[in-house]
Design a protein around this ligand. Structure first.
Ligand code: SAM
Length: 284
């Protein structure tokens, strides 16, 4: 399984890592960004890595130097993790790694049949299938609309509701086949992507978590410390953009008037990067 970190050169450009600096990788994943930072900061520097997915932590520990500080923790708790130390830079690379996307047992991908789980933190008690089978038709339609911007939300929610009254929906494959029944073939991929995205955001409360995480990050940055966020869909990017704008000239100085995007070359090498947008800011 290949996992290539996204926009590494641009992350380094924004964070401008210093020898001996202290950095937080808020979304460790396969550790690609951490490794790039470690190379720059020398032996006296430190990268503190966080990921809330236990399986990912196990992979990261194998790939990263044994002395690195690695925590299974949600990035909303980063202030506690760094024990009130101030840091020189923080990277958020949101969403999922290829390890998670390509593991059919996690239920994140509409191209792989498996349990409809979608929990990033497997200690959570509620899986996507639990919510889907428990919530009302209206609540489900709202999730599809709000977190997937899906225009066919009502129609899909209605069919799901009819179907789950006969038998609970437990697998990604079942969900995919129901969505396909009410979606024109030319829109299959986009609709599936939107519905899967919306459920994932709901299950992991991703938008609230992002806002809280960004607030924490600003609190632990040193003056002139740098913050760098890579997002993968417009709802996330909007939160980052608005957060930066609100604090611009107060606690932050925006370094990227427009988000930075991967080159065509990078997208060819790594399809996961195609929707990536990077925004950076400096702590005032
Ligand atoms: C795109 S991947 C990161 C890839 C990483 N930058 C690399 O180079 O390999 C995103 C990671 O963030 C983790 N994650 C998502 N939300 C999180 C949160 N709220 N707290 C901690 N980790 C989170 C996921 O488990 C996933 O491993």
């Amino acid at each position: 399984m290949m996992h290539i970190p996204v926009l590494v050169d641009k992350v380094l450009e924004i964070l401008a890592p210093k020898e001996g600096g202290v950095y937080v990788d808020a979304t460790l994943g396969g550790g690609g960004h951490s490794l790039a930072l470690l190379e720059r900061i020398g032996e006296n520097g430190k990268v503190i890595g966080l990921d809330k997915d236990g399986a990912t932590i196990a992979i990261a520990k194998k790939r990263l130097p044994s002395g690195m500080e690695i925590y299974r923790e949600d990035f909303v708790n980063m202030k506690d993790v760094v024990k009130n130390e101030k840091v020189d830079g923080i990277i958020f690379d949101l969403g999922l790694s290829s390890f998670q996307l390509e593991d059919r047992n996690r239920g994140f991908s509409y191209t792989l049949d498996g349990p409809l789980d979608m929990r990033i933190d497997t200690n959570l008690t509620t899986k996507a299938s639990d919510s889907l089978n428990r919530l009302s038709e209206e609540e489900i339609a709202d999730i599809f609309k709000k977190f997937g911007e899906e225009r066919n939300a009502r129609k899909i929610a209605k069919l799901l509701d009819e179907r789950k009254k006969k038998k609970p929906i437990l697998t990604t494959g079942e969900l995919v086949s129901i969505i396909k029944r009410v979606t024109p073939r030319r829109r299959h991929r986009k609709t599936l992507a939107r519905i899967f995205q919306s459920l994932r955001i709901y299950v992991n409360d991703e938008l609230n978590t992002l806002e809280k995480g960004l607030k924490e990050a600003v609190e632990i940055l040193k003056v002139e410390g740098r913050l760098c966020v890579i997002s993968y869909h417009s709802l996330e990017d909007r939160i980052v953009k608005n957060f930066f704008r609100e604090l611009d000239g107060k606690k932050l100085r925006i370094l990227t008037p427009k988000p930075l995007r991967p080159t065509r070359d990078e997208i060819e090498r790594n399809r996961r990067s195609r929707s990536a947008k990077l925004r950076g800011a400096e702590r005032l």
